[in-house]
Write a protein that binds this ligand. Structure first.
Ligand code: ZN
Ligand code: ZN
Length: 391
């Protein structure tokens, strides 16, 4: 690719990129229900003349742009789903009336990836290798990344490197956050059932009250992070749901709790789960109750150092070195599965409008981003791909 030619192409597509983002925003769809979104993506990929345009992972889409020159195979991933929220942005293209909202920026991810694909398709004569686009459904819920991998998105042709963006509200537009190593945390969802023995609330000595046991367990579990994890490491343990009992005069049989553990290093994750198990064993034994502790873990998003360095170099060339930051988040993202299978980098693209005082976080009903980050994303994506196909 000839880089000096990229910016006019990005500018020429700019109105279209914004219009695409707004259209997807207005018609946001929930995880695994992205039928219209999928149709828009497939139509656009066919219209630009991409190869191997097809549905993938039920409601996702994929296509291949094959360069004329030999080179590596890159995967560009964009997630496409919205969230179950009633939008409060007041934007003219808000998802009015519906309780689905693009409150994480995935509408922008799709718009950026479609523009990158269109420009790459026009640049095939000078493109070395190929770029496979993965428009991934169900990032927010269920886990569409693994389904795309099961559907062969990494295998034809075999992918050498993986890249993608997450628009990032904490960073302002014109900045990029590029970090080697773990960048999004491993996320361990857990469910605990405390089993006691129900009875009459007036005679607790004849029962094993799971509510009292659960109350002790909640407090004791909060000591796992503070007492069992090295203060220089990061760990979070949150119980977000607790459910038990039906009436004030009945001691129930059991209490259910669910929550999440966030960590960056595998040994810390294992230690937190192990200590939580010990705490539950001790607390339940003290009252003669039993417990069940089920966990499922989404791994951390781990950037390959060489790929992160390549992306940081591309970002510094475009945005200036002072606008390339390092940082990581205890949020999770199933981009992790792609990066477990091939080296790559997940880049956070600054989306905060510096003029605006109100900065609403991702997943907030007022979340929005500065649309200037779209063109920046398209150009930076092309530069990253160009650099990755050359090296
Ligand atoms: Zn999200
Ligand atoms: Zn997201």
């Amino acid at each position: 690719m000839n880089l000096p030619d990229v910016r006019p192409a990005v500018r020429a597509l700019s109105d279209d990129t914004i219009a695409t983002r707004r259209d997807l925003h207005r018609y946001a769809e929930l995880s695994t229900e992205e039928r219209r979104t999928q149709r828009v993506i497939l139509d656009r990929l066919r219209a630009i003349g991409a190869e191997d345009v097809r549905a993938c992972a039920d409601t996702g889409a994929t296509a291949l742009i094959r360069g004329k020159l030999p080179g590596p195979n890159i995967l560009w991933r964009a997630d496409i789903d919205g969230l179950p929220l009633q939008e409060e942005t007041g934007l003219p293209f808000a998802c009015d009336g519906a309780t689905v909202m693009h409150a994480c920026g995935h509408d922008g991810h799709v718009a950026i990836a479609l523009a990158i694909a269109a420009i790459l398709q026009q640049s095939r004569a000078t493109l070395a290798g190929s770029v496979r686009f993965a428009f991934q459904p169900a990032e927010e819920h269920v886990g569409g990344a693994q389904r795309m991998i099961d559907d062969g998105v990494l295998s034809s042709p075999p992918v050498d490197r993986v890249f993608g963006f997450h628009i990032w509200a904490p960073a302002r537009v014109g900045q990029a956050v590029v970090t080697a190593g773990p960048v999004f945390a491993a996320s361990t969802h857990f469910r605990i059932i405390i089993r006691g023995q129900g009875g009459h609330a007036s005679a607790p000595h004849t029962a094993v009250d799971p509510i009292v046991v659960a109350a002790h367990a909640v407090v004791a579990l909060q000591t796992v992070v503070s007492r069992a994890v090295n203060p220089e490491e990061t760990a979070v343990l949150t119980i977000g749901r607790i459910q038990g009992g039906v009436r004030g005069n009945i001691i129930p049989n059991e209490v259910m709790m669910s929550g999440t553990i966030r960590t960056f290093e595998r040994d810390v994750q294992e230690r937190v789960v192990e200590r939580a198990t010990q705490v539950l064993t001790g607390v339940t034994a003290a009252w003669g109750a039993a417990f069940q502790f089920d966990t499922s873990t989404l791994p951390a998003v781990v950037n390959d150092p060489a790929c992160a360095s390549l992306a940081a170099g591309a970002a510094a060339a475009l945005l200036g070195p002072e606008n390339v930051l390092e940082g990581r988040t205890t949020g999770g993202d199933d981009m992790a599965y792609f990066l477990e299978r091939a080296p790559g980098a997940y880049v956070m693209l600054g989306g905060r409008d510096p003029e605006r005082g109100d900065v609403w976080p991702h997943h907030h009903p007022k979340f929005d981003f500065d649309e200037r980050c779209l063109d920046i994303g398209v150009e930076l994506g092309l530069r990253i791909i160009e650099s990755a196909t050359r090296s």
